[in-house]
Every structure is written in C-alpha cells, then in structure tokens.
Write a new protein. Sequence first.
Length: 268
Amino acid sequence: MPNIEYAARLGLSGVLYPWAAERPPEEVREVRQALSSNDLACSCIVAVPLQSTFGGPWTSGTADGKAALGRHVAKAANVAASLGSTVLAALITADPERDSESQLDDTASNLNAMASIAADHGMTLAIEPMVALPGMLTTTTGDTVRLIERADHPALGLIFDTAHVAAMDGDILRAYAACAEHVALLQLVDAPGRIEPGAGTLPLVELAANAIARGYTGLVDFEHEWLAPDETGEVAGLARLRAFDEKVRHTASKLPTERASTTSLSTP
C-alpha cells in the first residue's frame, strides 16, 4: 500500500479510507495490514454505500427501511472495527416526497437505533452536514445539532468539515463554539476551493487551537485538493501543512485548556 507507507513517511498519524465498506475484502485486508505495519490509524468510514445514500434511507419510517439501514450500518461497523476506526459517517439525504417534520421524527428514531449499533462496536455515529451534495436533510450546523439532540444517543455526534461549514454557516468559529460538545471528528479544509490549510482564507489555526483547548483528541482529516494540482503544488502544500501544524501547536499552547490534549493528523 504505497499511499499508506507514504503517509507514514510524512509523519502523519492516520489515513482516510471512507468507502471501505464498499471495497473488496482482499483490499480491506491489505489496508488493515499496511496500517498495522506502519502504526497508522484509520479515520471515519461511511455508514451507507454511496449508491444507497440518495432517496432518504435515513428518513424511512418503515420497518423494512430501518432493517435495511441497520444491515448497512452493521456491515460498515464491522469493517470499520477491523480497521480500527472509531467513527461511522452518516450522510443524510431527504425524501422529496415527504414533509420535513415527519422525516425529522423518523430520522431521529433511526439515528438512535443506528448509534446503538455503532456503540456496540465501540464507535460514534457522526452526521456530516453539507450543501455540496443535493437534497440533504439538514443544511446548517445548527439544524444538525438539533437533530442530534432530538435523536438523544450518547454515541451520536457531528463531523465538522470546515469548508462545508463555511458554505453552510459562514462563520466557522461561531459554528464550532456552538457545536463543539457534539464534534466527533474534525476535517480541516481551507476555502475557497477545498484546498490545504494555509492556502485559503478560513481561520483554521484559531479553530484548531480552540478545538485542542476544548479537549479535542481525535484525528484531524485533511480532505482537500492541493492549491496547485501538480508535484510542485504537493511539495508546497506539504510545507504549508507543516507550517500550519506549528502555528496551531504554538497558538494552542497559549490558550487555557479544559484538559491536556493532543491532536493527530490524517490524510486521504
């Protein structure tokens, strides 16, 4: 697995392998072995296959719908557990044929049940809200937090992708402050253009330092393209990431902390 070995040589702490539940078992085994050999962690695994995401599987109010959802989540949880991942990602699309309130009720019920499956595997089920995909049930961080609170399960949380949050809510610092207690995974992406931290305009150093001060200890995903999509751009981008990491550590060291904590970085 050259990508995993490359991540280890760069000094990263993990990799992002989000569609593992859809990949061939032999590939998953190879990835698991490469992660173990290189002492790297695995970040979030998506709970429902991409081809099944649209059409509102999370919003179903039928017994058959919940059973089908449960099979997807159980399979993803088993794969994720084999890779050492601790977060299942939920991409929740709406059913265009139904009113929003009834969908929210059914989704909250489904999330509670699926979070129990995640908890049985030692994981958190985390919703990733966005407007980059069409037809999402929640399109702001605040609405997603309200859905999490409605579902009311301790193993349910939020994936905070800074580029998605900037597109939805604008002020990522205000949004993070309002939802920090629910954040299960940070994904740091600069904007405009989903580029590496330090190449855009978002206040990512302040956000990451504040997350550390609040006690965030999970992986930090870099799910972005390079500002310049070539080898030179990658070299420059990696230099930006190293500088970004140093700035975050320096800024965090000057902030009062809720408890001592460290973060670790992962990459696709």
